[in-house]
Structures are given as C-alpha cells and as structure tokens.
Ligand binder design. Structure first.
Ligand SMILES: Nc1nonc1C(=O)N[C@H]1C[C@@H]1c1ccc(S(N)(=O)=O)cc1
Length: 243
C-alpha cells in the first residue's frame, strides 16, 4: 500500500512514521509513504504557499499553484491513485472507509491544508474530500496520519504475528472489551477473576459480553446486524442490567 502526502510541514508526517506499527510496516516494506513539501513546488524566491482571501476577511488561503505543480509532478508516473483532500467538509472517515481504501489498492495521495483552507479550485484535481471529524484542525496533517495509520493496520503482517486487524474492535463492528495486565491488584482494584482462571472459553465469552456492555453503554448505534449468539449474550446482559 502506497501513500503520498502533500504538506508544508513534512517533518510532522515524517516524525510519526518513525514509530510503532506504521514505522515497522515501512521498515518491512509492506507500506510506503512519500512526503512532498509543497514549498518545493513554488516558483517565487520566498516559496510562498498562501495569500490573502479574495473578498477580504481574516486569515490566509493556500494558493492552488503549489498543489497543482506537485500533483502534476506526482501524476507524471501514470500510476492510478486516489487524490484525497482532508477537510471538515468531507465524507466522515470510518473503519469501513479505511477498509474501502485498502481494498481499492490504489495509491492514496493526501492533500493537507493549513490556514483557512485551500483555494476552492483545488477540488478540480481531487477525487474525494474526507473529514476525520466535526472540528477544525490547524492542519490536515493529523487527518492524513489517521488515514495512513488505520489503513496500514489492515495490511497483513503490519500488526505482527500475534495480532491481526480482525482483532481490532471496530473490525468486529463494536467497541472493545476491557484489557488488564500486571499487577493483579492496584489501589484495591483487582483484575476480574475470570481472566486469571485459564479457562479460555469462559474468558472469550466474558470478553464478548463486556464488549457488548461497552458498546451498549457508549455506542448503541453500533449494535446492529448482530449474530444470533451475540444477540443472546446481549439479551442476557440487558436482563442483568434491568434486575
Ligand atoms: N476535521 C478535519 N478532517 O480533515 N481535515 C480536517 C481539518 O480540520 N483540516 C483543517 C486544516 C484544514 C482546513 C481545511 C478546510 C477548511 S474549510 N475551509 O473547508 O472549512 C478548514 C480547515
């Protein structure tokens, strides 16, 4: 899986790519990220990337030319890619969209805006606009990293042998179960005995029940299309809660 990021702060992206799951995936060669500094695609000696907005108003707007020059350079290889603009106005990103991007197997070219955004004419060169949430960030770089991280986790081998993306909570369609590790007791709070029992079948059932409990409490909207087994567990849980 290949990613390309257009940004005025390449170091923000490059720093994140040195660590953790994404860093290991890049070192293994199962993912590739190319970061392009927009200032390298300017034509003036000040390497200017923004200007005052037509119509007045506060803030600055990113100029289209550096993005256009960068995209023309990048696209000259003729490889199919999906050009994505990160902005609060885009389609809301989710695990489902991460899977969609992964399965498409196209290079994802991520355009990161700053300031008040990018000249509207950028949309003539964009395939899709994506938002990671209903808030305004200082830059699209965090959103680009969210997409890179969540898609890279789906690549076989990215999570290492002991884990798989299928284990991720949102991959199963609901929230995760609680996790514990040593010590067995901390400030009077004990690890649930079931987790110390060694009975893997009962532990799996407990984890499913607690995942459903968390989902019922925090994201009931995710409780749809449950299997008959999960529905049975959910009903038991509801009767316990209503006792
Ligand atoms: N949320 C987000 N999800 O992805 N990107 C997000 C984000 O906040 N990016 C901001 C830096 C840039 C930006 C882009 C567009 C606009 S605008 N003029 O469209 O309002 C405002 C701000």
């Amino acid at each position: 899986m290949k990613f390309e990021v257009l940004t005025i702060f390449p170091e923000v992206i490059e720093c994140y790519l040195k660590h953790g799951v994404v860093g290991r995936a890049l070192n293994k060669g199962i993912a590739e990220v190319k970061v392009y500094n927009l200032r390298d695609f300017t034509t003036d000696r000040h390497r200017k990337v923004d200007d005052y907005p037509y119509g007045g108003g506060a803030g600055m707007v990113m100029q289209i030319e550096p993005f256009y020059n960068a995209l023309r350079h990048i696209k000259s290889d003729g490889i199919p890619r999906k050009v994505i603009l990160l902005s609060p106005q885009g389609r809301r990103f989710s695990q489902r969209i991460a899977k969609e991007f992964y399965k498409e197997e196209k290079t994802l070219t991520l355009i990161c805006g700053r300031y008040e955004g990018i000249d509207e004419r950028i949309k003539a060169f964009v395939d899709e606009e994506i938002s990671i949430g209903d808030y305004v960030l200082s830059g699209g770089e965090l959103a680009a990293l969210v997409i890179i991280d969540s898609v890279v986790r789906l690549i076989p081998g990215a999570l290492g042998d002991e884990l798989s993306a299928e284990e991720d909570s949102f991959m199963k369609g609901f929230l995760d179960y609680p996790h514990y590790t040593r010590p067995e007791e901390f400030e009077g709070m004990r690890v649930p005995d079931i987790l110390l029992s060694g009975d893997h079948k009962k532990i799996a059932l407990w984890r499913k029940k607690e995942a459903l409990r968390n989902t019922l409490k925090n994201r009931p909207d995710l409780l749809k299309n449950l299997s008959a087994e999960d529905m049975k567990i959910l009903k038991e849980l509801c009767s316990e809660i209503n006792k």
